[in-house]
Design a protein around this ligand. Structure first.
Ligand SMILES: C[S@@+](CC[C@H](N)C(=O)[O-])C[C@H]1O[C@@H](n2cnc3c(N)ncnc32)[C@H](O)[C@@H]1O
Length: 271
């Protein structure tokens, strides 16, 4: 099959993609994203041997699996270990206050490749031991979740992990894996990965003491942001904490159940 690189993405086709992505994921793709979207979806056209976006969109519109593949291509998954260190310092302070007979549940709600979830697990494990916490990690993108579940990363990703955590939780690869490291099995078994769409209420996953919802709100307009916040805090225990990114804000989101306690950190209050 020949690989085609130069296919026109017509405005009407881009509008359809904008609508599909907004409806399914809540992400607003503005005009400036057109060529990025085109480049990312070319892979899928080549997969089917198609030479027109209209033909591809007919598949993506009516086939759930292809809609999911399309979402995998469009979402931005940048992440790294111990991103925004202040949040992990805050987490450490909270964990130190956990009583001996208590269990802590943390949700990494747009986890991407798992670096956030495993960073959280390292902090919890080092203080609580491996039987008193649970990290639940979700994302809409099925491809990143597959990678996250393997827990295997390029060695350069370990740069921000402290030596103590590296020693306790990371295994350096050998031979053909010498440029990679693996999160050890003991830590992996306390981190559960599953697909979840933030536009939907997650009634099955229970309540959490802390929810990390970082670097995802930036992709949403205010209306979707408010919906996502309303959804996720249903899974937050009273007095539990919601952590967003330092580069995000809830300025236009009037949620009376959240009290800001620090930059990018909110606490659920009873009303
Ligand atoms: C930039 S990454 C952030 C990863 C991590 N939280 C961090 O701060 O490093 C954003 C993630 O949000 C996910 N995402 C976007 N829209 C979503 C939705 N509606 N439901 C669940 N996840 C979504 C994307 O797939 C992507 O992996």
């Amino acid at each position: 099959m020949s690989i085609v690189n130069d296919i026109t993405l017509y405005d009407s086709e881009f509008v359809l993609i904008q609508k599909l992505i907004f409806k399914n994921v809540g992400i607003t793709l503005d005009e400036s994203k057109k060529s990025l979207v085109k480049n990312r979806l070319m892979k899928r056209l080549n997969f089917y041997g198609l030479s027109k976006f209209s033909d591809y969109l007919r598949i993506a519109q009516f086939n759930r699996d292809e809609a999911s593949e399309m979402i995998n291509q469009i979402t931005t998954n940048e992440t790294y270990f111990f991103r925004e260190q202040v949040h992990f310092d805050f987490l450490q302070d909270i964990v130190k206050q956990v009583k001996a007979d208590e269990m802590l549940r943390v949700w990494s709600a747009a986890t991407s490749l798992g670096a956030e979830a495993y960073s959280i697990a390292m902090v919890l494990d080092s203080i609580l031991g491996d039987s008193r916490y649970e990290v639940f990690a979700t994302d809409i993108n099925t491809e990143v979740l597959q990678i996250a579940k393997k827990g295997c990363y390029p060695l350069s990703w370990a740069d921000k992990i402290s030596n103590a955590y590296k020693q306790s939780y990371c295994l350096k690869g050998k031979n053909q894996y010498d440029k990679q490291f693996l999160i050890n099995h003991e830590l992996q078994k306390n981190v559960y990965f599953s697909q979840a769409n933030l536009l939907e209420v997650q009634s099955e996953i229970g309540r959490f003491d802390i929810i990390f919802l970082r670097n995802v709100l930036i992709y949403f307009n205010d209306e979707i942001k408010a919906l996502v916040i309303e959804n996720v805090i249903k899974n937050l225990k009273n007095s539990g904490y919601l952590i967003i990114s330092l580069t995000e804000n809830l300025r236009n989101i009037n949620n009376r159940m959240l009290k800001q306690v620090d930059t990018s950190i909110y606490q659920k209050v009873q009303i």
